[in-house]
Design a protein around this ligand. Sequence first.
Ligand code: NAD
Ligand code: 0WE
Length: 260
Amino acid sequence: MGFLAGKKGIILGVANDKSIAWGVARACHREGAKLGFNYLGESLKKRVVPLAESIGADFVEPLDVGSDAELDAFFAKVEQRFGKIDFLVHSIAYANKDNLKGRFLDTTREDFRTALEISAYSFVACARRAAAIMNPGGAMLTMSYLGAVRAVPNYNVMGVAKAALEACVRYLAQDLGPEGIRVNAISAGPIRTLAASAIGDFRKLLAKAARGSMLKRNVTQEEVGDTAAFLVSDLASGITGEVVYVDAGFHIGAGDPGED
Ligand code: NAD
Ligand code: 0WE
């Protein structure tokens, strides 16, 4: 019996088989959880439905987290299908593509709003609706990146959004702790995904991350997935409000001193 046997969870943010959310889904499925998914837009539906089917999941519903109406409709369907749930995984981020290069200084009001709304506020919006149908002992999890706490070249407004997201984790943990619900984040090292492939010179960034890490390599979707499955399980019952680094030890280092 897996350590998530009998648990029901919703995983938001699968785009394709390279998504971190899909690594999380495979690990949670392996440990015995029953899962439901969202997709963003009809073009991703045809990617997500077969993936879900491959692990015996038939709850796949549309959700753009930028819309309160879609959030209400999605979580109403979750309750209809699952009744109470045990965990929520949020693996969603978005900023205007042009914000991930050039100067942070040039970020417009509109671009700042978009990045923080989709990448940080959306976790709060999902958490409130999920908490209303969550069993005591439940857990929520989101995905962050080192750019939340360090100035990473080109990460720019996404770093500000991740800083806000990590603060959201702490305040949600405070609010939901009395209900027995835990809230955590994973800060993952760079992984080649759809979101990452849109970024110029991601190969160089991956190589740099490997060189500066303690394990001298990059991390995988599988490794993030395994840590995620642990954090949403009862094995992590004493952990809340935390940011767990799954980065092969990169963040404790000083980088490669000979670099650049
Ligand atoms: P991905 O492209 O596979 O996933 C991003 C997801 O966000 C997609 O499924 C996309 O549909 C969804 N999304 C964007 N806007 C949305 C909206 N308005 N409504 C609903 N869904 C929306 O890429 P990924 O790398 O797996 O990203 C998942 C998470 O992991 C993100 O929060 C990202 O910041 C974080 N992360 C990624 C890396 C990396 O290097 N890939 C490292 C650390 C953290
Ligand atoms: O969080 C991210 C990337 C999130 C992301 C990616 C895109 C590309 C497509 C958000 N919005 C968009 N918008 C798009 O139009 N990561 C942690 C991966 C990442 O992105 C970087 C990184 C790393 C790591 C950008 C610059 C520097 C490092």
